[in-house]
Design a protein around this ligand. Structure first.
Ligand SMILES: Nc1ncnc2c1ncn2[C@@H]1O[C@H](COP(=O)(O)OP(=O)(O)OP(=O)(O)O)[C@@H](O)[C@H]1O
Ligand SMILES: [Mg+2]
Length: 1006
């Protein structure tokens, strides 16, 4: 182990040369003096309370222990927390950390450090939900301590309830939730505390920590001495400023956990109303006989306060304080006033519960001043209100910590670490029912320790045939039996006494105990041992606990065990308009006639919860922290040897060392051992071919050279030292990455193959579907185009079906082919005489590129209009004659186009409905003309002219550039000019106008 030299003693008691009490104490003392408060016994940690802050904790220390094995670093709480955490992660097993020791030994502090360690080493990926859970886990301690801890003579922050906290982890080892079980709150502390002790911290925190305004609203004054419930502890308070900062810390913690501001205010109101209830006193009314005398409340303003703070009607509160409703035979209800006689009965029967406070009774004349008493029913109600408040706080925290959205099928099963911090064994000058329960609880836990660590271990060695030297130890089973045995055990006798009708007193209960346990070695009373003057007749009995003798006073046992409360009171609080208070009293809903079944007694409930707790712990892998209190004076650096020796003895630590030294650190069935370590040996990986698992384990250990440190049982392997286990773990850890890679490879291959198969299936489906679509499409085409050959339309109106995407190019080609075919069919029927005209029209269409809408396509094109007598009635003869002369002279073949034109400076062509045409001639002036005097007038011949010229040029293999524009540029005598068209309604004939070098064709717009 690091950091510790031999001068600090042995870090593990197992390493002592001799296992004697002297050697044990010497080592414990030496280590304590050197500031080493922790020492191992194997995996059990012995911790001595240092009563001073030591530099052993914090993030740096946590980092040193994180991920380490138990023996690698000096003994520490962190090492045990880490071992429990790793065991849980490695083996997916639930583990628990049981912290035991007497009151003030440091259990709660230890549990706090464990929680801090777990919080620090988890959630590396900073998941928000995990952070939330961790926050609640850490903050819950602060809140629970405020409501459940109090100053006692043995410990200034003593846990007055038992706490077992489960922390749920996901498969990655991050905390995802938790649950707190609380056990038997010492609620009688609300009413009375021993000299030198205080009530629960929460009361003082509210009195000293609340702002003035809030205190006023609660009708409280700052001084705890003014309230009966807090008077005893008033002088023992810690500094006011500390109390205030604690109050702030608790309120902040409640906020973080998720208590709403209204809930926190309700909690304060409930605490205040308990304090007011504590100050209420009764006086006997004068009328009636002593037996029937009724009671009155002395200070009714307190009733007002209670009614206001609990949000209940004042009259109801008063009625509950003075009377109760009882169900008489049948379903009839009668109201019965609490009588002075009952008060006196209570005073006699349980002096501790009914006190005299010498109240403020100035209102009464001196001679008639009655004695003020406090009804036992009122005290029972006050402590019950506090208990319900505490249970509600625990429940509220649990609701917040509950693992959310966990699905075992998706997330895997949660694993759990349980941390048990329960009240320690305690002995007070007067011990009552609460101490009896607390000490019984410690007996149960000691029994569990014996079962798990001492007994089971030895029994197992025997069962497995391992050579073993038996170790003697004290088994406290007999004391547990004395308490919980059915019919005759102390709890059973107490239950019987509670169930008996009539005023059975605690004294009769004691007599029954004496009869039943006359010969029990661990039970005695004054009756059985008259010479023992420390006990009083008819009041005390003594149990020899494993941790020492404790004398119990039976006074109040029956009342506390019965723990009854009037239904009126439950109903009163259930009907409160404060939802928080109402939620604490669900049983107030029941009708009084329904409440006939006797509820389980406090003792039986506690016994049942202990049995369940022990069963729960036994089902988990346990880690033990045994706390030792070094002195009774809470002094630092003082180790009272006698006191410690006593604790070492009763905790059975020496026996623990002996069993440990003789025993083995670990045992595992052969099959499980192989499953975990088989990859470290060639004979066992992946599966062995040897005769048995045992032979395979033997081969594995021989390969590692570890056979000397083990023993072979019938079904299990026993490993002597943790070092062997660690060696195996380390070689396993080296191989795990390779195996993980192998698994990843195989799994990725599987995933890829699966993906590929799916893809292939998808493609096959797609292929067949496409094929189907193509076929369907072709069939549809065939059907539709049946009639395409029919003249004269040749399928012009046929609608092409929408093709599948794959057939789109094919369809485009088909459409083109179809067009050509149809054209061919149409052209075939055109007479040869029309061919020239058709060609000209086609050429015009191509040349005009659809830029000109109206180009005379539907008209028959005559070409030579000047020769036509219709177009040119006056000069057609002359034109024909001139043409003849020209043909003879120039020898041209045919007139392509002739028309009347108006020439300005040359020839040109236009767009629109007008007949403007500009003829461009390269190197010459452009010719601008407007076709003119056609018959019918303004006949559209531009298209024809373009067509004829274009077709002609096409025929000659020349390109004819045709431009369509509403503003045509042209050249005349080297100058650039523009010509445009201006439609004019009153224009009789087309005409040109020239203005500043720009020509405008004035076109008759009709
Ligand atoms: N590791 C520690 N370092 C410093 N002080 C400690 C340590 N452990 C305990 N103490 C001191 O001892 C006091 C009592 O410890 P703690 O409350 O944990 O006792 P406990 O065993 O829970 O007692 P109880 O059974 O009464 O609840 C603490 O308030 C603290 O002052
Ligand atoms: Mg404690």
């Amino acid at each position: 182990m690091e950091d510790e030299g031999p001068e600090c003693g042995k870090p593990d008691f197992v390493l002592l040369d001799q296992v004697t009490m002297e050697d044990f104490m010497e080592n414990l003392k030496l280590r304590f003096e050197k500031g080493h408060i922790y020492t191992y016994i194997g995996e059990v940690l012995v911790s001595v309370n240092p009563y001073q802050e030591l530099p052993l904790y914090g993030p740096e220390a946590i980092a040193r222990y994180q991920g380490r094995e138990l023996y690698e670093r000096p003994p520490h709480l962190y090492a045990v927390a880490n071992a429990a955490y790793r065991a849980m992660k490695r083996r997916s097993r639930d583990t628990c950390i049981v912290i035991s020791g007497e009151s003030g030994a440091g259990k709660t502090e230890a549990s706090r450090h464990i929680m801090q360690y777990i919080a620090a080493v988890t959630n590396p990926s900073q998941r928000a939900e995990v952070e939330r859970v961790k926050d609640v886990l850490l903050k819950s301690t602060c809140v629970l301590e405020a409501f459940g801890n109090a100053r006692t003579n043995r410990n200034h922050n003593s846990s007055r309830f038992g706490k077992y906290m489960d922390i749920n982890f996901d498969f990655k080892g991050d905390p995802v939730g938790g649950h707190i079980h609380s056990y038997l709150l010492e609620k009688s502390r609300v009413l009375k505390q021993h000299v030198g002790e205080r009530n629960f911290h929460a009361f003082y925190q509210v009195l000293r920590g609340c702002e003035d305004k809030e205190l006023q609203e609660l009708h409280l004054q700052r001084n705890p001495a003014l309230y009966n419930f807090t008077r005893q502890g008033a002088g023992l308070s810690v500094l006011d400023s500390d109390e205030k900062s604690h109050h702030q810390a608790v309120t902040e913690a409640m906020r973080v956990i998720g208590f709403s501001p209204e809930e926190v205010a309700s909690v304060h109101r409930i605490l205040a109303s308990i304090l007011h209830l504590g100050n209420i006193k009764f006086v006997e009314l004068e009328e009636g006989s002593l037996e029937q005398r009724g009671l009155a409340v002395t200070d009714e303003v307190l009733v007002d306060h209670v009614a206001e703070l609990t949000a209940t009607p004042r009259e109801m509160v008063l009625r509950c304080l003075l009377a109760r409703t009882v169900a008489s035979g049948g379903r009839e209800l009668i109201e019965k006033g609490h009588t002075a006689a009952e008060a006196s009965y209570a005073r006699d029967a349980c002096a501790k519960v009914l006190w005299r406070w010498g109240g403020n009774l100035e209102a009464f004349p001196e001679e008639t001043r009655p004695e003020a008493v406090r009804g036992s029913w009122l005290l029972a109600s006050s402590q019950a209100v506090y208990q319900r408040l505490f249970e509600w706080v625990v429940d509220r925290i649990n609701r917040v910590m509950e693992p959310r959205d966990r699905d075992p099928r998706r997330d895997g099963k949660d694993t759990v670490i349980g941390v048990l911090d329960i009240y320690g064994f305690e002995v007070f000058p007067v011990n009552s029912f609460e101490q009896f329960c607390i000490n019984y609880c410690n007996e149960k836990l000691q029994q569990l320790f014996i079962q798990l660590i001492l007994k089971q271990e030895q029994e197992e060695y025997e069962r497995e045939g391992i050579a073993w030297q038996s170790v003697e130890y004290f088994n406290n089973a007999t004391i547990v039996d004395l308490v919980e045995r059915p019919h005759r055990g102390i709890l059973a006798v107490l239950d019987e006494a509670c169930g008996s009708a009539g005023p059975i007193t605690d004294r009769i209960f004691l007599q029954t105990l004496d009869t039943h346990h006359r010969h029990h070695p661990h039970y005695t009373s004054r009756q059985l041992c008259p010479t023992d003057k420390t006990m009083e007749f008819g009041r005390d009995f003594r149990i020899k606990h494993y941790a020492g003798d404790v004398m119990y006073s039976v006074e109040g046992f029956i009342d506390k065990n019965r723990d009854s409360l009037f239904q009126d009171f439950k109903r009163l609080l259930y009907n409160s308009t404060d939802p928080t208070l109402r939620a604490m009293w669900p049983d107030g809903q029941q009708d009084i006639t329904e409440v006939t079944k006797r509820p389980l007694t406090a003792g039986t409930l506690f016994k049942n919860s202990m049995v369940a707790l022990v069963e729960n712990l036994a089902s988990k892998e346990p880690f033990y922290i045994r706390c030792i209190k070094p002195n009774e004076d809470k002094l630092a650096a003082k180790l009272d040897e006698g006191h410690c020796r006593h604790q070492v003895a009763y905790l059975g630590l020496l026996e623990n060392v002996r069993v440990r030294r003789a025993g083995f650190a670990s045992r595992q069935p052969y099959s499980r051992f192989l499953l975990r370590y088989k990859m470290t040996c060639e004979y066992t990986w992946p599966n062995h071919l040897l005769g048995s698992d045992r032979a395979a384990v033997s081969a594995l250990l021989e390969q590692h050279g570890l056979q000397g440190d083990v023993a072979f049982g019938h079904s299990k392997l026993f490993i002597r030292s943790p070092r062997t286990l660690v060696t195996l773990e380390q070689s396993r850890a080296c191989l795990i990455p390779i195996i993980v890679l192998l698994l990843q490879k195989a799994w990725r291959g599987t995933l890829a193959r699966r993906h590929f198969r799916r893809l292939r299936a998808v493609y096959t489906i797609m292929r067949w579907f496409r094929r189907h679509k193509v076929r369907a499409h072709l069939a549809e085409m065939q059907r539709r185009f049946q009639a395409a050959r029919q003249p004269p339309l040749y399928g012009r109106d046929l609608v092409w079906p929408l093709p599948p995407a794959v057939l789109q190019p094919f369809q485009d080609i088909c459409q083109a082919l179809f067009c050509r075919w149809r054209a061919r069919q149409l052209v075939k029927n055109i007479p040869p005489s029309d061919m020239a005209q058709i060609k000209a029209k086609v050429a015009a269409m191509a040349a005009l590129q659809e830029l000109r809408q109206d180009w005379g396509c539907r008209r028959a094109w005559a070409r030579d209009y000047l020769s036509s007598a219709t177009d040119n009635p006056t000069a057609s003869g002359l034109f024909a004659q001139r043409l003849k002369t020209l043909r003879e002279k120039d020898g041209f073949g045919a007139v392509l186009f002739s028309s009347h034109v108006r020439k300005v400076t040359g020839l040109s062509v236009t767009s629109g409905r007008d007949q403007l045409v500009v003829l461009h001639a390269r190197g010459y002036d452009d010719l601008v003309v407007c076709l003119h005097r056609s018959r019918p007038p303004l006949d559209n011949r531009v298209g024809e002219l373009v067509g004829v010229l274009a077709a002609h040029c096409q025929g000659e293999g020349r390109a004819l550039e045709v431009r369509v524009s509403d503003c045509i540029p042209l050249t005349q005598r080297g100058a650039r000019r523009l010509v445009s068209v201006e439609p004019k309604s009153e224009q009789p004939e087309p005409d040109f106008r020239c203005s500043r070098g720009t020509f405008t064709l004035l076109w008759p717009d009709c």
